[in-house]
Design a protein around this ligand. Structure first.
Ligand code: F0G
Length: 460
C-alpha cells in the first residue's frame, strides 16, 4: 500500500449548523426491541439505534448549500430550471450528453436493462450489486461476476481488489459475444467490500469491450470514492484532481447507471446517462410510462437541485480526504482491537470478518448475525450481515453456507464525527474481549426471497 501515514487528527472539513440528538438507550431496552424484531436488525426501530451503519445509501447529511438550493427549486412539470441545472452538473461530470433522472439507482437499471436484456443474455462485470443482478435475472439474463482472485480473498492487501480479471473477461466475451448486449463494471465494487477499480483496469476493460463491439456501462454510484482511491493508490495519479480522474473514468465507457443516494450526497435520486442516442428515445418513453416526465423522472425539482450541488461537493478533495481517512481509521482501530476486517479498507464501509473473529460459531449458527446483534445490544450499533443469512441456503434439508461471513459497517456521509468513530472502536474492542461468550443464533423463520430482510432468529 502506498497510502501515506496520517500525522494529525482527522478533522471534519465542515462545521455543524443543524444537529439531531443521538438515540441513546439502555441494554435492557434494546433487548426488548431485538426480541420483538426476531433478532433481525432490519426490523428494529431506528429510534433504538445510536450509530446506524446499516447503509451509506440515502443517509448522507446535506449541506447548507444543498438545502438553500432546494428552496429556490422550480417545481414545473415540464422544462424546469432545476432539471437544466441537474443536467448540466451530470454533463460536466461525465461528458455524456443524454441525462435521464430516476428516483434511485435500481429504476435506472430497470429502464436500461428492459431495453437490452432478453432471456439467455449475459452481462459480465467485476461484481454485480444485488439489485443489478436481480434486475438482469428478472428479465431472464445472466449476471456474470469476473472479479480478480484477490477480490475474493478478505486478507489480500491488493490495492485494487475491485478490478475485473481482464483475461477471463476477454475469454468470456469471445465465447459469448452473441448473447452479451452490454458489459459493466461497478465502481467501487460494493459486493467485494467497497474496493476500487484502477484506472489501468478501466482502460483494459474498455479496450476488451470495444474490441468485441460490446457497449460498456458503468455502475458508478461511488465514482468519487473510486477516483480518490485511484489518486491515493495508483502510480502516476497522485497529482491529479478527483474530477479529472472521474472524467477519464466516464470517458472510457458509453454510459452510466448511478444511484445518487451515495456519492450524489442526497437522500433520494439517481440517473442514467448515455453518450450516444441509440437507446435514449426508448428509455425516455419507458421513463414517462413508469417514472415521470423526462425533466423530473420521479423526483421533485428540489431533489434535482440538491443533487446538482451534491455532485460538485463530493469531488472536493478535502471532503474525499476526510471521507477515506475515516474509513481507514475505523478499520485500523478495529484491527488494533484484534478484530479482523477485509483488507485494505475500501471507500464506503468496513467489513468485519466474522468467520475469523468467531471461529467457535459454525456457519449454520450465523456468526455474522450473532456479532451484528451483539453490536446492537451492547453499543446500539446497527450493521448489516453479509454472510450466510444473506447468501446461505437450505437445500433439501442441508445447509449451504455463504463464501464469507462478513458484517458491513457502512459509513453515512458527513453524519458522524471523529469522536463517534472513537466511541464505536472502544465499544467494538469491548465486544471482541468477550467474543467467546457469543453462541450464535438459530433460524426460526426462513422466507423464500431476500430472507435477510424478514427472517427471524433466536439465540442458541
Ligand atoms: N449499485 C450499487 C453498486 C449499489 O451499491 C446500489 C445500492 C445500487 C446499485 C442500487 O441503488 O438503492 O438507489 O436503487 N446499494 C445500497 C447499499 C442499497 O446499501 O449498498 P438504489
Amino acid at each position: 500500500m502506498r497510502e501515506p501515514p496520517r500525522p494529525r487528527t482527522i478533522i471534519e472539513p465542515f462545521k455543524i449548523k443543524v444537529v439531531e440528538p443521538l438515540a441513546i438507550r439502555s441494554r435492557p431496552e434494546r433487548e426488548g426491541f431485538l426480541a420483538r424484531a426476531g433478532w433481525n436488525l432490519f426490523q428494529v426501530p431506528s429510534e433504538s439505534v445510536t450509530f446506524d451503519f446499516l447503509t451509506d445509501s440515502g443517509t448522507s447529511a446535506m449541506s447548507a448549500a444543498q438545502w438553500g438550493a432546494m428552496m429556490v427549486a422550480d417545481e414545473s412539470y415540464a422544462g424546469s430550471r432545476s432539471f437544466a441545472r441537474f443536467e448540466a452538473a451530470v454533463r460536466k461530470l461525465t461528458g455524456y450528453p443524454h441525462v435521464i433522472p430516476t428516483h434511485q439507482g435500481r429504476a435506472a437499471e430497470r429502464l436500461l436493462f428492459s431495453l437490452l436484456i432478453r432471456p439467455g443474455c449475459a452481462v459480465p462485470s467485476n461484481n454485480h450489486f444485488d439489485t443489478t443482478r436481480a434486475n438482469i435475472e428478472q428479465l431472464g439474463g445472466e449476471a456474470v461476476d469476473l472479479v480478480v482472485a484477490e477480490g475474493r480473498d478478505p486478507a489480500s492487501r491488493h490495492p485494487f481488489k475491485g478490478n475485473v480479471d481482464l483475461a477471463r473477461l476477454d475469454r468470456f466475451c469471445a465465447e459469448n459475444r452473441a448473447r452479451i448486449p452490454l458489459g459493466m463494471l461497478t465502481i467501487t465494487n460494493n459486493t467485494g467490500g467497497g474496493q476500487p477499480v484502477s484506472l489501468a483496469n478501466l482502460h483494459g476493460a474498455s479496450e476488451v469491450y470495444r474490441r468485441h463491439g460490446i457497449p460498456f456501462v458503468l455502475d458508478a454510484c461511488r465514482f468519487a470514492e473510486n477516483s480518490y482511491l485511484v489518486k491515493l493508490r495508483e502510480d502516476g495519479q497522485g497529482g491529479r484532481s478527483p474530477r479529472e480522474i472521474a472524467r477519464e473514468t466516464f470517458e472510457l465507457a458509453d454510459g452510466c447507471l448511478v444511484s445518487a443516494k451515495k456519492d450524489g450526497l442526497v437522500n433520494i435520486g439517481g440517473f442514467l446517462a448515455l453518450r450516444d442516442d441509440r437507446w435514449v428515445e426508448r428509455a425516455r418513453s419507458l421513463l414517462i410510462l413508469t417514472e415521470g416526465f423526462p425533466t423530473y423522472g420521479g423526483l421533485a425539482a428540489r431533489d434535482l437541485e440538491a443533487l446538482a450541488v451534491g455532485l460538485e461537493e463530493v469531488l472536493d478533495e478535502r471532503y474525499l480526504d476526510y471521507r477515506l481517512a475515516v474509513t481507514r481509521y475505523l478499520a485500523e482501530g478495529l484491527n488494533r482491537a484484534g478484530i479482523p476486517t477485509v483488507q485494505p479498507p475500501g471507500g464506503h464501509a468496513v467489513y468485519v470478518d466474522a468467520r475469523a473473529l468467531l471461529p467457535h460459531v459454525p456457519p449454520e449458527r450465523f456468526p455474522g448475525q450473532a456479532l451484528a446483534c451483539e453490536m446492537y445490544l451492547a453499543e446500539g450499533i446497527r450493521a448489516c450481515e453479509i454472510g450466510s443469512v444473506m447468501f446461505g441456503r437450505n437445500e433439501g434439508g442441508s445447509f449451504r453456507p455463504a463464501a464469507m461471513e462478513l458484517v458491513r459497517l457502512a459509513i453515512p456521509r458527513r453524519v458522524y464525527t471523529q469522536s463517534h468513530v472513537d466511541y464505536v472502536i472502544e465499544g467494538m474492542a469491548g465486544i471482541a474481549a468477550r467474543i467467546g461468550e457469543l453462541r450464535g443464533l438459530r433460524l426460526v423463520r426462513d422466507p423464500p426471497y431476500l430472507r435477510h430482510f424478514t427472517a427471524s432468529f433466536e439465540p442458541v
